[in-house]
Design a protein around this ligand. Structure first.
Ligand code: C2E
Ligand code: MG
Ligand code: MG
Ligand code: MG
Length: 284
C-alpha cells in the first residue's frame, strides 16, 4: 500500500522518521549518562546440564535501570548502543561486573560464565587485552569464561573480519570458549561453523517445537543437534519452557538447556541464594 501511494507517502513518513532519529539520539545520551553513573545491573540465567538438571553455567544479561523507571530489557536499548558505538564501553562494563560476580560462584560450585559480545566490541583493537584484564583482576580462570557471538560479525562483510578472528583465536588460546548465539535465526549460519574457531552452539528458541505433534520442527532441531555433535561442539538449547522441551532435547542428545522451565534471569544475590542449598547438601 505504501508503494502504491507513492510520493505522498514519503512526505507523510518523513517527519515520523526524523522524530525516531531524534528519539534514538536522546536514548544514546541517556545511556551514556547512565553508564557514567553505573545505572545498569547484570542478571544471571542458569544453564543446566540436561542429563542431571544441575546448573553448570550462567549467562550474564544486562538490564538498564534509569532512575525512577522500571528496568529496561536489552532488546530495547542494545540496538541504539550498537549503532552509536556505546556498546564497546557498556560491554566492557558488563564483562567486568559479570567476571567479578561469577568468580565466587566458580570457586564454590564450578559454575562457568557466559557473556554476550557485540560485533562492535570485536572491532576494538583492545578487546583481547580488556578480556584478559577482566579475568586477571577478578581471578576468574579463562577456562571458566565463554563469549557468545552472533551472526552480526558475518553479516557486515560476508566473512568474519581478520581482526574479529584474531581476537577470538587469541582468547581461545588462553582457554576462553567461544559460543555461537541464536543459531538457526539467520541465513548464513552454516558459514559460521565452517569459518570460525568455536566450541559451543546455542540453538535459538525459535527452533523449539511446540509439542510432540510438531514433527517438522522436531526434525529440524534433531538435525541441528546432530550437526553440532558431529562437529564436536557443546550444544545448548535456548527457550526450554516446558518439561516436554527438556525431555525432548535430552533425548536428541543436546548437552545443556536454558529457559523459563529452569529459571528466569535473576539478580546476582538471588542466584547466590539458589546455589546455597546445593552447598549445604554437599557438606552433609
Ligand atoms: P540472548 O543472548 O539470546 O539471551 C537470551 C534471551 O532469552 C534473554 O533475553 C532471556 O531472558 C530470554 N529467555 C531465556 N529463557 C527464555 C525462555 O524460556 N523463553 C523465552 N521466551 N525467553 C527466554 P534478554 O535478557 O531480554 O536479552 C535479550 C538479548 O539482548 C540477548 O539475547 C542478547 O542478544 C542481548 N544482550 C543481553 N545482554 C547483553 C550484553 O551484555 N551485551 C550484548 N551485546 N548483548 C546483550
Ligand atoms: Mg546470549
Ligand atoms: Mg541466545
Ligand atoms: Mg537472542
Amino acid at each position: 500500500a505504501a508503494k502504491a501511494a507513492g510520493k505522498d507517502c514519503a512526505v507523510w513518513y518523513e517527519p515520523e522518521l526524523r522524530q525516531r532519529q531524534t528519539e534514538r539520539i536522546r536514548v544514546v545520551e541517556r545511556l551514556r549518562h547512565s553508564l557514567e553513573r553505573e545505572e545498569f545491573v547484570v542478571h544471571y540465567q542458569p544453564i543446566v546440564d540436561l542429563a542431571g538438571a544441575r546448573t553448570v553455567a550462567v549467562e550474564a544479561l544486562v538490564r538498564w535501570l534509569p532512575p525512577g523507571e522500571a528496568p529496561v530489557r536489552p532488546d530495547l536499548f542494545i540496538p541504539a548502543a550498537e549503532d552509536s558505538g556505546l556498546i564497546v564501553a557498556l560491554g566492557e562494563w558488563v564483562l567486568r561486573r559479570a567476571c567479578a560476580e561469577a568468580a565466587a560462584w566458580h570457586r564454590a560450585h564450578g559454575v562457568t560464565l557466559t557473556v554476550n559480545v557485540s560485533p562492535r566490541q570485536l572491532a576494538d583493537d583492545e578487546f583481547t587485552a580488556k578480556v584478559r584484564r577482566s579475568l586477571a583482576d577478578t581471578g576468574l580462570p579463562a577456562a571458566a569464561l565463554t563469549l557468545e557471538i552472533t551472526e552480526g560479525i558475518l553479516v557486515r562483510e560476508g566473512v568474519p573480519s581478520a581482526q574479529a578472528r584474531a581476537h577470538l583465536e587469541a582468547l581461545r588460546g588462553d582457554g576462553v570458549r567461544i559460543a555461537v548465539d541464536d543459531f538457526g535465526t539467520g541465513y548464513s549460519s552454516l558459514a559460521y561453523l565452517r569459518d570460525l574457531p568455536i566450541d559451543v552452539l546455542k540453538i535459538d528458541r525459535s527452533l523449539m517445537p511446540a509439542d510432540s505433534d510438531d514433527t517438522r520442527q522436531i526434525a529440524l532441531v534433531r538435525t541441528v543437534v546432530d550437526l553440532a555433535r558431529s562437529l564436536r561442539l557443546t550444544t545448548v538449547a535456548e527457550g526450554i519452557e516446558t518439561p516436554f522441551h527438556a525431555a525432548l532435547l535430552h533425548e536428541l542428545g543436546c548437552d545443556r538447556g536454558q529457559g523459563y522451565h529452569y529459571a528466569r534471569p535473576m539478580p546476582a544475590a538471588d542466584f547466590a541464594a539458589r546455589q546455597r542449598p546445593a552447598e549445604a547438601a554437599e557438606a552433609a
